[in-house]
Design a protein around this ligand. Structure first.
Ligand code: C2O
Ligand code: CU
Length: 446
């Protein structure tokens, strides 16, 4: 199946570069938009108070009409912008015809604010609920339902939640880029297979291949999040300057040639105006990495005026080294399953029939993630963040704090978690069809 997928990901005769992939025409008039920000009903400093409503919405993705769902009538939903230590209050009303909740992906919220359904029942149509929590960590987070999550996120329920740190420099523009892919079901060859990357259509902030216009000398902060159910982005452009991962600034800036953004993942970049560029993705699939074929265009960046690169900002990277990966793990999670007619499994079990593992409150624990299945899985843990210790025994070059980490086929990934937030926490694969297909477990912190 893997070979077949790779073959069909590359309809072009060969990979010699002599026959570039057909590129859909870019409409240069499509200027990149920002999702409208939620209005703060209490403009006093120290708080953010917003109203969110989930309701059905018909919207267009290029030519295609989607009978979807939206928060406050927009896809992506409104961006929530707060500062570390603010009290965030979200008055949420469900105007869908089905039950829903909101989960605050990546934030260490109290267990009864997490949007999972074992402490609080999901909100029925017409019901309201006040979510309130205080973000302790700066970074780029997001929110989405945690009921029928594969359906509801796919239909348009997601938005960005940005937590700012006043100690960080202010870029000329601080932009959110929410990536979603469309046509996953049609692009998959069978129920459990990965979509063919060449037939996914990627939108950024709901737009197909928009253009970001910059002035010469401008310095941007780009906050990217992948909200796709199944689509991986293997981002590429020249002079990539990654300043942050899921949970705020890295300990040093990274300048990779490409960056994998799995579903649920975030990354932040500094973008210094230079020449025009195209942002592209490699043809990455969860069932085998980058397939043969030219990278696919996602959006372009055009600079007015001088091509001389703007000067970098000075980000307060900590300079800390990654923690040493030593000792045996307190918990091991093995991912398997997913063959035809088989559920997706963690430690041989399929949610909800799972063994609850526990950690004492405030214990620092190593979790080992082992992937024995034939596809990759982005592992996500609720209520906590973690440090990446190693991938197949190799430590990262900088200290990186995450809440979602991709585990490749046959890989062993080790992470360090401080069990600081009491409650029963979900952890699951963020390929949403896998999550709904049982690839979810529960870790108790008590
Ligand atoms: Cu964004 Cu339980 O997930
Ligand atoms: Cu998975």
């Amino acid at each position: 199946m893997v070979i077949f997928l790779i073959a069909c990901a590359s309809p072009e005769p060969d990979a010699s570069g002599s026959s570039p992939a057909p590129r859909p025409p870019v409409d240069a008039s499509v200027a990149l938009k920002q999702p409208a920000e939620a209005e703060d009903l209490d403009p006093a400093p120290g708080s953010l108070w917003v109203e969110l409503e989930a309701a059905p919405l018909d919207f267009g993705v290029g030519e295609e009409e989607v009978r979807g769902y939206a928060y406050n009538g927009q896809v992506p939903g409104p961006t929530l912008r707060a500062t570390v230590g603010d009290t965030i209050v979200v008055d949420f009303t469900n105007r869908l015809e089905v039950p829903t909740t909101i989960h605050w992906h990546g934030l260490q919220v109290p267990a009864d604010m997490d949007g999972v359904t074992w402490l609080l029942d999901p909100l029925q149509p017409g019901e309201s609920f006040r979510y309130t929590f205080v973000p302790s960590q700066a970074g780029t987070f997001w929110y989405h339902p945690h009921v029928d999550v594969d359906q509801q996120v796919d239909l348009g329920l997601y938005g960005a939640l940005i937590v700012e740190d006043p100690a960080e420099p202010v870029a000329d523009r601080d932009l959110v880029l929410v990536w979603d892919s469309w046509g996953e079901q049609a692009a998959a060859t069978s129920e459990h297979s990965s979509p063919d990357p060449a037939s996914l259509r990627w939108t950024v902030n709901g737009q197909l291949q928009p253009v970001l216009s910059m002035n010469s000398g401008e310095r941007l902060r780009l906050r990217m999040l992948n909200v796709s159910n199944l689509g991986y982005l293997d981002l590429r452009w020249a002079d990539m300057r990654q300043i942050a991962a899921d949970q705020g600034l890295l300990s040093e800036m990274l300048q990779p040639d490409a960056l994998l953004l799995a579903p649920g993942d975030r990354a932040e970049f500094e973008w210094l105006a230079g020449g025009d560029q195209e942002i592209q993705t490699g043809r990455y699939t969860a069932s085998g990495g980058v397939a043969i074929g030219d990278p696919l265009p996602l959006m372009s960046v055009e600079v007015e005026g001088s091509e001389e690169s703007a000067a970098p900002l000075s980000w307060p990277h900590s300079g800390l080294l990654p923690s040493i990966d030593s000792g045996s793990p307190q918990v091991v999670y093995v991912f398997s399953g997913g063959a035809t007619d088989e559920p997706w499994l963690i430690n041989g079990e399929s949610y909800p029939d799972v063994t609850v593992e526990s950690l004492p409150l405030n214990q620092e624990a190593i979790l080992e993630l082992r992937n024995l299945s034939a596809t990759e899985h982005p592992f996500h843990m609720h209520g906590h963040h973690f440090e990446l210790l190693s991938v197949d025994g190799v430590a990262p070059t900088v200290r990186q704090i995450e809440d979602t980490i991709n585990v490749g086929i046959r890989q062993v990934v080790r992470i360090k978690v401080l069990a600081s937030n009491p409650g029963d926490w979900m952890l699951h694969c963020h390929l949403l069809e896998h999550e709904e297909g049982g690839m979810m477990a529960v870790l108790r912190v008590e």
